[in-house]
Every structure is written in C-alpha cells, then in structure tokens.
Design a protein around this ligand. Structure first.
Ligand code: ADP
Ligand code: MN
Ligand code: MN
Ligand code: MN
Length: 337
C-alpha cells in the first residue's frame, strides 16, 4: 500500500509569503524524498526557468488523512541545490548551528483572526460592530465564542501530528484566537509553527472561513494580532540567569530598526502604543509590563532566571527569520563577538 505525503513550503509572494502544498503518493516503506514544483506560479521563478526543488526537512504524521499519511515541511532550493532566495530556514539553521552551545530555545504565541469571505471577522454582525472588547479574551459562554469548533479540531490535529502545541486561548478581539508552540530550538520552532499554520488553514477550509495572520485586521479600537516570541539560552535558564536575560534585552535594544524590519509586514499599524503594545519606534523592557517591547514575566523576575518575551513580532512574521535574528543578536553579544 502507498501513503499520501503532503509537501509543504513557503512561497515568494510579497509582501507576506503564502504557504503552499501538494500531494505525492509514496510507496510504503519509502521516505518522502526530494521533489519539485513550478516556481513561476508561486513568485519563485520566471517561466522560462521555472523548476524549484523541494527538500524535505521535517516529517510528521498527517492527522487529517489516513494512518501512515505524512506532512512534509520543505526547504526550497534552486536546481543547483543551493537555497532559494525565499528560503529563510537555511539561514536560521546556520545561526542555530553557530550558537548551538548556548542552547537557544523558543516558545511562540501565534495569534490569528477568523475572517469571512467579505473580510468581516467570524461572529461579527453584518452591519455595525460587536460589543466592545472586554469579554472575549479567554471568554466562554453566552453566544458561543465564534470559531471554537475550528480551534478544538486544530488543537487535536497538532497533538496527533506530534507538534509541540502548548495551549490555546480566545483573544481580546471577537473572532481572534491564539495557540502556543514550544519550547523548541531553532530552526525546529519554525518547522512546528509553519506546519501548525498549514493545519489551521486547511481545517478552516471546512468551515468556510480563513485564518488570517494579518497584524491589524480591523482598524480602530480593536487589538491587532501578534506572535509574542519567548526566548531563552542555557545561561538565562540557569541559577542566576537574570544577568544573561538583561544582557539579552540590552543586546536586542541595540538593533531596534533591524528587528522591527524583520518582525512582519504592517508592524507600524499594530505597534501603535495602544492595545498592549509599545510604539514601534520606542524600545523598552520591564517586568510584567505588557506595554513594553520586551516583557520579563513576573515568575522570571522572582526566580531571577528563565526567559524574555519579545512582544513585538507580528502574527504574520516568519518564525525562521525571527528565531534566526533573535538568536544571532543575543548569542553573538553573549559570545563577545
Ligand atoms: P502570556 O500570554 O502570558 O504571554 P503564554 O502562556 O501564552 O503566556 O506563553 C508563554 C510562552 O513562553 C510559551 O510559548 C512557552 O513556551 C514560553 N516559554 C516558557 N518558558 C520558556 C523558556 N525557558 N524559554 C523560551 N520560551 C519559554
Ligand atoms: Mn499568550
Ligand atoms: Mn495573546
Ligand atoms: Mn505573551
């Protein structure tokens, strides 16, 4: 018997790449090997030289198909087998290898919004607006929280796929939700998050809605969608890690523009200084401060060890890019480079 392998990759669409995938039937007992696709249809090649290569890098069970079927996260390569310009994982993997001795770990909180065909968030009335923000964050009851059936199915799918999903919650805006993935080293954190995003998009198809990663889907007094990036090194997690945590915050503070530029499209619309954000032009860090660029959780301040939370990355950020950059900035400073 053969099995189905769903090859997943990130395309070249500007300004925010899309996830693509296609199905390959593989003979039982065979690994999903190198494959290819038409890059001229994904903004990754021109028509007269269109072949791109799919290099499998992370394989897990496909929880939506039959037992034995697989999901195959891929890097995109050129036909000379070097990384394609859109392949952000290759650079992330190189940074991870360079600083492997510092043991960088990530936990990412992925926020997203269920949008209907006309762009209205799920559950919103056809005319006007729902009641103002307040009851939705971690809400339950009343009008059932819109999208919960999809969230429940997605969570089980992530568990069945063996992804490191940690939890979920309803978010501040009606129709907005979050799941957390971690704690994982780079670039594996990106592999798990991209596959979890693919599963969310795929499951949402069955409900006629779209799981948008837009950073500010509704203008006005409505929360944007972020991807808080929690980070630690071995030194931060050990007894007396406080100094390493502060040094990490300081290191990130020397590269504000570079980090903001890598944290996702439309970040200036989301990081306005309102709605639990710090303004994108300002940098600050503080204990328990949800209005700071980087928050140090209260338990970390109490234990004087743990991790830091960069609250600035957008929901639409690329976890390979963000994890690579945070690792590079913090670990190169710690290494005295
Ligand atoms: P909140 O919404 O209060 O910010 P969450 O529970 O949504 O908190 O997310 C906490 C995140 O912190 C999780 O993704 C978790 O993996 C991450 N985290 C916890 N400990 C560490 C650590 N030592 N290094 C990196 N990330 C961590
Ligand atoms: Mn959270
Ligand atoms: Mn959140
Ligand atoms: Mn958070």
């Amino acid at each position: 018997m053969s099995y189905q392998a769903e090859y997943i990759w990130i395309d070249g669409t500007e300004p925010s790449p899309l996830i693509r995938s296609k199905t390959r039937i593989v003979a039982d007992g065979k690994e999903p090997g190198i494959w290819g696709f038409d890059g001229s249809s994904t903004n990754q090649a021109v028509g007269h030289d269109s072949d791109c290569v799919l290099q499998p890098v992370f394989v897990c069970p496909d929880p939506l198909r039959r037992p034995g079927d697989k999901l195959v996260m891929c890097e995109v390569l050129l036909t000379d087998m070097t990384p394609h310009a859109t392949n952000t994982r290759a650079a992330c993997a190189a940074v991870a290898e360079k600083y492997a001795d510092q043991e960088p770990w990530f936990g990412i909180e992925q926020e997203y919004t269920f949008l209907q065909g006309d762009g209205r968030p799920m559950g919103w009335p056809e005319n006007g607006y729902p009641a103002p923000q307040g009851p939705y964050y971690c809400g339950v009851g009343g009008d059932k929280m819109p999208g919960r059936d999809i969230v429940e199915r997605h969570t089980v799918a992530c568990i069945d796929a063996g992804l490191a999903i940690e939890g979920t919650n309803a978010e501040v805006m009606m129709g907005q939700w979050e799941f957390q993935i971690g704690i994982l080293p780079p670039p594996v954190i990106g592999d798990h998050l991209w596959v979890a995003r693919w599963l969310l998009s795929r499951i949402s198809e069955d409900y006629g809605v779209y799981a948008s990663l837009d950073a500010k889907p509704m203008a006005g007094d409505w929360n944007g969608a972020g991807a808080h990036t929690n980070f630690s090194t071995k030194a931060m997690r050990e007894e007396g890690g406080w100094e390493a945590i502060i040094a990490g915050c300081e290191a990130i503070g020397t590269k504000v523009d570079e980090h903001i530029a890598a944290y996702g499209v439309g970040i200036e619309k989301r990081l306005t200084g309102a709605h639990e954000t710090a303004h994108f032009t300002k940098f600050s860090y503080g204990t328990s401060d949800r209005g700071a660029s980087i928050r140090i959780p209260w338990a970390v301040a109490r234990d004087k060890k743990g991790w830091l939370e960069d609250r600035r990355p957008n929901a639409n950020m690329d976890p390979y890019t963000v994890a690579g950059l945070v690792t590079d900035t913090v670990c190169s400073a710690a290494a005295g480079a």
